[in-house]
Design a protein. Structure first.
Length: 147
């Protein structure tokens, strides 16, 4: 049960939509996890606490950091589309990759697969994704050299 509790907590932190679903229906947990009554109460208390919104925001900020650094022009070119696209990306890739460049590459390739983007996005994306892929290759070479 403890593993399910930890998994539920991680997924709730990563996905504000899950928090809203749990706040609306406490039975939402039982359909997804095997939890003790105490663990269920603890998770319900957590998602109802004001601080949970901050935890979700902090989690997303940490996921956004490598993308903001590596895709500055792309994100700027997305303009008003950015919020909806980031939410869609995070839904499809609920768990971030701890490697800065792998997460960035995954996002860049995901975005590249969306042809109907605002003017200028694809040009910025192509340039920045090439930089990410070069940095990733160098990073992986450095890792192999150390090992």
């Amino acid at each position: 049960m403890q593993a399910d509790f930890q998994q539920a907590l991680a997924e709730l932190t990563a996905c504000p939509e899950h928090c809203r679903a749990l706040r609306a229906d406490a039975a939402w947990l039982s359909g997804r996890y095997t939890l003790s009554p105490r663990e269920t109460r603890q998770l319900l208390a957590l998602v109802r606490h004001d601080g949970m919104a901050h935890a979700c925001t902090l989690y997303r900020m940490n996921r956004l950091a490598p993308l903001a650094i590596n895709f500055e022009a792309t994100l700027a070119a997305l303009g008003g589309e950015l919020r909806a696209l980031m939410s869609a990306y995070w839904r499809e890739h609920a768990h971030g990759h701890p490697h800065f460049f792998i997460e960035s590459q995954r996002f860049g390739r995901w975005l590249q697969a969306r042809p109907a983007l605002a003017s200028g996005v694809h040009a910025a994306l192509a340039l920045e994704l090439a930089g990410v892929e070069a940095a990733l290759a160098a990073s992986l070479q450095d890792t192999e050299a150390i090992a």
